[in-house]
Design a binder for this molecule. Structure first.
Ligand code: AMP
Ligand code: MG
Length: 280
């Protein structure tokens, strides 16, 4: 299982010791990886549909996929290439940007709770409550005491979610600073990507060591048994897409959603159609 390769071991975290360009748990290269993702689509679709059916039939379970990583690490790419393999009606994607005034007037988890997936859905967070212990720390948007409190609040929320039937799959998309530089340069080379370019991304990039330290602390403090972190090497886009897809598949398999039973007398309904007068 891919999880064994990507699961962050408990204890102190040293991100510089974890690879960004490896392909743990997968032997092939790019074309095999893309093919494997395509094949995974069917399985993901089937599992998602079962979960959706369960949700429509009174079940309360759902899944929450949390995507974190520096700019250009591919959070949006995972949504486009992996999450898109399932029926969009079963998915709720939320991208978290700088909090609005209204959001700032509430506890940091307020906007997160409002975005949690409905029963039967796969919720996807493109950035998440983790920004409140990452950018909030690096840019001193919150007092150190408040950041401290937030790690525990996050752990409590995630434990509560699992207990209520919503496992939280947390993926840190790990890219190298060099790869990010290439990707940002590409954005500048392409007029059709300029809209994505935010000069703040370069400011953030120049604080890479601070972000790395903030991530290391956040990962360590929230790498719980109920909601462990997976560190996905993300310099290779195809591997990143495949790895998150495999983790999502395994999360759904573990949940094992089953087709709801029906009160409908299937035989009787079949007969009605077979025996009916021609409909014009
Ligand atoms: P993007 O993902 O490129 O659309 O950028 C979203 C921006 O929102 C990033 O610069 C994040 O750092 C910022 N952001 C997201 N959540 C928070 C938060 N809780 N506090 C402050 N900034 C945030
Ligand atoms: Mg950005």
């Amino acid at each position: 299982m891919i999880a064994e390769h990507l699961r962050l071991p408990p204890g102190p975290v040293d991100l510089s010791a974890l690879p960004t360009d490896a392909t743990p748990g997968f032997d092939g290269g790019k074309s095999e990886g893309q093919e494997a993702l395509g094949e995974l689509g069917e399985e993901l679709s089937d599992l998602q549909e079962r979960l959706y059916a369960e949700g429509r039939s009174g079940g309360s379970r759902s899944v929450l996929l949390v995507l974190q990583g520096m700019d250009t690490s591919g959070k949006g790419g995972v949504v486009r290439h992996t999450v898109s393999l399932v029926d969009p009606q079963g998915v709720q994607v939320t991208a978290f940007g700088s909090p609005t005034e209204e959001e700032l007037a509430h506890d940091f988890l307020w906007r997160v709770r409002r975005a949690l997936p409905a029963p039967g859905r796969i919720g996807v967070f493109d950035r998440s409550h983790y920004e409140d212990v990452l950018v909030a720390k690096v840019r001193a948007l919150a007092e150190p005491d408040e950041v401290e409190r937030r790690y525990d609040a996050i752990n409590e929320l995630e434990a509560e979610l699992l207990a209520a039937g919503t496992p939280v799959l947390k993926c840190f998309l790990h890219i190298s600073p060099d790869e990010q530089r290439e990707r940002l340069l590409k954005r500048l080379d392409r007029p059709d990507k300029h809209w994505k370019f935010d000069p703040v991304d370069i400011d953030d990039r120049q604080r890479w060591p601070e972000y790395r330290a903030a991530y290391e602390t956040a990962l360590e403090r929230t790498n719980t048994e109920v909601a462990p972190w997976y560190v996905v090497p993300a310099d290779k886009k195809w591997y990143r897409n495949l790895a998150v897809g495999l983790l999502l598949r395994d999360t759904l398999v573990h949940l094992a959603p089953t087709w709801p039973s029906t009160d409908v007398d299937v035989e009787a309904q079949r007969r009605r159609l077979l025996d009916e007068e021609p409909v014009r």
